[in-house]
Design a protein around this ligand. Sequence first.
Ligand code: SF4
Length: 178
Amino acid sequence: MTKIRIATTSLAGCFGCHTSFLDMDERLVELLEHVEFDRSPLNDIKHCGPCDIGLVEGGLCNADNVHVLREFRANCRVLVAVGACAINGGIPAMRNHFGLGACLEESYLNGIGVEDPQIPDDAELPLLLDKVHPIHEVVRVDYYLPGCPPSPEGFLSVLGDLLEGREPMLPKKLLHYD
Ligand code: SF4
């Protein structure tokens, strides 16, 4: 039986959406009869190859996020924005109320508990974007799975529809925007 290939990533997110995905517990065993994983924090594969479905948690806060997202869009037939941070920027986008310089100063120079104040500038650190962006502002998104995080049942509903070749249609009881 050919399995559906899924890639997942967490950009500017907290991994809470991935944790909720794993909260499907024993239902994951049944799901694995139908799917296999490409790039994902679940298996630590670092690059996305050709896939059927890409699940993207988190918005875009730095240049590396943009690079990973573009790699997902180029390789995934269907791209799903998972959770509030991917859909509208979520909690990381709260920094958009302030300038990037003010955020860095508060975090690394003047904030409570800061010791040895200095703003990190290692060349390997990805360049921060001025604002945090939802992923649809950079690539085309096919479907949205709202929630903070979406419930395991939400993941199963969307993946079940896609596995059956249907348009994902979340039942009203699974549709929430917390
Ligand atoms: S939507 Fe909620 S759970 Fe998911 S990455 Fe954002 S803050 Fe974390």
